[in-house]
Design a protein around this ligand. Structure first.
Ligand code: ADP
Length: 430
């Protein structure tokens, strides 16, 4: 909506009854209620969303990064309703949407992938055979997965049967698809992803990497760019692989190619997100670009030819969640009696919240993103630290105190860590 306003485009927000007070509803030029809190009756309800677009005469729908953002059927329904889906076509999503198909597509495009099962795993015997081939430890992953849910690491053959069944059950319940596949579990990797943009004319560019290695239970908490471990050469190599991946499926729109990088700096394709991501602001800051504006321009048929986004400085994002770090990050919804956001040079806050807003318990616990930008990583960490000190939230528990401690942690500061970093990190109760 920020991008639309700058471009002179009117915007319409859709919301469920529980989100009536959310800032996006107030900010939009128009807002339409699409149903009760239950996602399947509102944010996942395609007929209601299309009806909202039709009554307001909308030309296009931006799907955001949750709910239907990677749903091929929804892209198709928009298309057949004569509404431009700001993102890829159903066919492109299908080639990348389910992770197992995506890996097959990437192997064909010559991109290195995490070694593992060539297809879905059917039964225990099959799983044991594959695990033996790739070598333990292995990770069982839901093909329709997301948000780090439903993955299980298995260290030995005797554990396969139990874990396979649980993984299939969990996947079925969480994603409505019980298909799972097996990968080699890379030890001590970093999660590094490449942002790409692809227009309708075959131009594909990459905007460098985001390092999302700081994770809790496979979920990202802090992201930064550039990565402290990516050299100019590695960036060029991973960028070229990401561009090749997008070209292989004639991709259109913004997308992210996720890789794991091992300690020998070898990189392996993990999955592609066919949408804008939560952590996109760090790329926007370093490359001085509005990625949503680019998405809109691409959807309108614009060309990327001649565009040159030059990187500068270092940017870090902390996810501010309504969770209690003193109690295993349990959700902490409720009224924001005070919500004072930091300011000053190089500080950006993306949030739908304000003082007196009541954080509902219905959806994701993220209440905002704090993004800072400075010349160097060291300066960015210092800036993040002071911005976190200035970020005052009263009424609920948040991850702010946790991030403050991470910013002061010598291992985080050294830049030398892997995805297991938070497992050994001790949050100190004050
Ligand atoms: P989701 O889509 O659910 O977020 P991903 O496939 O992106 O799942 O994986 C999330 C995280 O899980 C990765 O960033 C990484 O930390 C860990 N992970 C996934 N696959 C592997 C693997 N084969 N080896 C080691 N870690 C992995």
């Amino acid at each position: 909506m920020h991008a639309c306003r700058e471009m002179g485009i009117a915007s319409v927000a859709v919301y469920s009854t529980v989100d009536v007070d959310s800032l996006h509803v107030k900010y939009a030029d128009e807002a339409v209620c699409i149903g009760p809190p239950l996602s399947r009756e509102s944010y996942l309800n395609m007929p209601r969303i299309i009806a909202a677009a039709e009554v307001t005469n909308a030309d296009a729908i931006h799907p955001g990064y949750g709910f239907l953002a990677e749903n091929a059927d929804f892209s198709d329904v928009c298309h057949s309703s004569n509404i431009k889906f700001i993102g890829p076509s159903a066919e492109m999503i299908n080639q990348m949407g389910d992770k197992n198909t995506a890996k097959a597509t990437m192997i064909a495009a010559g991109v290195p992938v995490v070694p593992g099962s060539p297809g879905l795993v059917e039964d225990v015997a099959h799983a044991i055979e594959i695990a033996k081939k790739v070598g333990y430890p292995v990770i069982i992953k839901p093909t329709a997965g997301g948000g780090g849910k439903g993955m299980r690491v298995v260290h030995e053959e005797s554990q396969i049967e139990k874990n396979l069944k649980t993984a299939q059950n969990e996947a079925g319940m969480a994603f409505g698809n019980s298909g799972v596949y097996i990968e080699k579990y890379l030890e001590n990797p970093r999660h590094i992803e490449i942002q790409i943009l692809a227009d309708q004319h075959g131009n594909v560019i990459h905007l460098g990497e985001r390092d999302c290695t700081v994770q809790r239970r496979h979920q990202k908490l802090i992201e930064e760019t550039p990565s402290p471990v990516v050299s100019e050469e590695l960036r060029a190599e991973m960028g070229a692989a990401a561009v090749a991946a997008a070209k292989a499926i004639n991709y259109e729109g913004a997308g992210t190619i996720e890789f794991l990088v091992d300690k020998h700096k070898k990189f392996y394709f993990m999955e592609m997100n066919t949408r804008i991501q939560v952590e996109h602001p760090v790329t926007e800051q370093r490359y001085d670009v509005d990625l949503v504006r680019e998405q809109i321009l691409i959807a309108a048929g614009g060309s990327l030819a001649g565009k040159n986004f030059v990187p500068r400085g270092h940017s870090i994002e902390c996810r501010i969640n309504a969770e209690d770090p003193e109690h295993a990050f349990r959700p902490s919804p409720g009224e924001l009696q005070v919500f004072h956001t930091p300011g000053g040079p190089g500080v950006r806050v993306d949030s739908h919240c304000y003082a007196s807003y009541v954080v509902p318990s219905n959806y994701d616990s993220m209440i905002g993103k704090l993004i800072v930008t400075a010349h160097t990583r060291e300066e960015a960490i210092a800036r993040m630290s002071r911005a976190l000190d200035e970020f005052i939230v009263v009424g609920i528990k948040t991850t702010i105190p946790f991030h403050k401690q991470v910013m002061h942690d010598p291992v985080f500061q050294s830049g030398d860590f892997d995805t297991s970093f938070l497992e050994s990190f001790r949050f100190e109760k004050k």
